[in-house]
Design a protein around this ligand. Structure first.
Ligand SMILES: Cc1cc2nc3c(=O)[nH]c(=O)nc-3n(C[C@H](O)[C@H](O)[C@H](O)COP(=O)(O)O)c2cc1C
Length: 409
């Protein structure tokens, strides 16, 4: 029998996802007060729950409110009230989809304006040319910082499962803290957490073992990994293959392959090292190669908007299809594909010369769609990138002021 995008997938932990289509993580930056999920988040996930995907992965949830990817983000810590998280999980599950919480620590990718903690394996700041000052100067983590971080991943993961989430995804991609440890460009340590490949990968493996040991066996455990950083001298596809193989033997249920970081936004189809990605399904070649050399289920995310491409992913031996922007503009795309294979979201493209600004504008337009759905409105693709970028900056400034005022003790 041929496998279609609507064929269920049984994971190594024995649970079965209803189909092969996943909503990939999109940071919402729409938290209610106290970094909790609130009515806007519930409305947004209710919309997605009706969309027909088998798996919904949340936007990244912080393991530490002192280090956030954005001022309106959600954090789940030891003493966080759990009730709103229960509502979040049950809302997303209403129509049979599984929901996994993506958990993350930004490391050095913290906006300078926000303050808080900017930690990294080494004290190397982001290089975004004239925009570098947007992000804070990191300090190198001490051994006790690293031990605390591992515990925080365990606490957030166990509390998410207690709240009713079906699984956890550790964010080890896109230049955030775990991927900073993986990359030789950002990890210049010479202790057990840096140097050779095994040492750079140690933090991820230790987190996985600790999280796995504390979760019930029915909870799914996933990792989002870069297939490469797309920077010269960075984490590359050979490293990604080695990590994927190790994750398989550690009992991870699914590896989602993406790529890039703020410095090289390959996840948006643009790279800093000049390598050209496919126009659609950017990481399919990497995913295919890794899937053929490992037994762990593989998902590829990036540049997928059409039914034919989604089916091609499956036909080429990759198990799951991750989509982010397509589901921001067309939240019920999987159900629409059941009616017509030609259904396709209208994704705006921002072709500005300044690549950093173009990437920020693309994010801003997409985030507006999430905010609209949070208010019960439909997405609206035809919006000005400049207007969206300015509106996003104003919104972020407001949220940043609130964040700083709250934590300026
Ligand atoms: C607004 C926005 C927020 C995002 N937030 C996250 C995130 O929290 N975690 C993550 O792993 N990826 C995040 N991503 C990246 C997506 O998961 C995905 O890897 C990327 O957008 C490429 O997939 P696509 O072409 O289907 O959009 C975000 C993307 C967008 C557009």
């Amino acid at each position: 029998m041929t496998t279609s995008i609507f064929t269920p997938l049984t994971l190594p932990n024995g649970t079965t996802l209803p189909n092969r289509l996943a909503k990939a993580a999109m940071e919402e930056n729409m938290a209610a007060s106290g970094h909790l999920p609130g009515s806007d988040i519930f409305k947004l996930y209710e919309t997605w729950s009706k969309g027909g995907m088998g798996l919904i992965i949340t936007g990244n949830v912080m393991v530490d409110h002192r280090a956030m990817t954005g001022p309106g983000g959600i954090a789940l810590e030891e003493n966080t009230e759990l009730e709103p998280f229960k509502q979040w999980a049950s809302t997303a599950q209403k129509n049979g989809a599984h929901i996994w919480m993506q958990i993350n620590h930004p490391g050095r990718q913290v906006y300078a304006a926000m303050g808080g903690q900017v930690l990294s394996p080494s004290n190397i700041a982001l290089d975004l040319g004239e925009h570098s000052k947007l992000f804070g100067q990191p300090t190198a983590m001490t051994e006790s910082d690293i031990q605390e971080l591992i515990q925080r991943f365990v606490i957030t993961a166990t509390r998410a499962i207690e709240a009713g989430f079906n699984g956890i995804q550790i964010h080890a991609a896109h230049g955030y803290l775990v991927s900073q440890f993986l990359s030789p460009l950002t990890n210049k340590r010479n202790d057990q957490w840096g140097g050779n490949f095994e040492n750079r990968a140690r933090l991820l493996y230790v987190i996985i073992k600790a999280v796995k040991a504390s979760l019930p066996s029915t909870a799914a455990l996933s990792v989002k990994l870069n297939s490469a950083d797309f920077q010269r001298g960075g984490f590359d596809s050979d490293d990604a293959l080695k990590v994927a193989k190790a994750l398989g033997s550690l009992g991870v249920d699914l590896v989602e392959l993406s790529g890039g970081s703020y410095e090289s936004p390959a996840m948006q189809g643009r790279t800093a090292d000049g390598r050209t990605l496919a126009r659609e399904a950017y990481f399919l070649e990497f995913a295919k190669s890794i899937a053929s050399q490992t037994s762990i289920p593989i998902m590829t995310t990036g540049g997928i908007t059409r039914h034919a491409i989604a089916q091609q992913v499956i036909d080429e031996g990759v198990d799951m299809i991750g989509m982010a922007r397509a589901l921001a503009f067309c939240p019920a795309l999987p159900n629409e594909w059941k009616q017509s294979k030609d259904a396709k979201p209208d994704l705006p493209t921002v072709n500005w010369k300044n690549k950093v600004m173009a990437a920020l504008a693309t994010m801003a337009i997409t985030k507006r769609q999430l905010q609209r759905m949070g208010k019960g409105k439909r997405p609206k693709a035809k919006v000005s990138p400049l207007f969206s970028l300015i509106a996003d900056r104003i919104r972020l400034n407001k949220l940043t002021k609130i964040y700083r005022a709250r934590y300026s003790d």
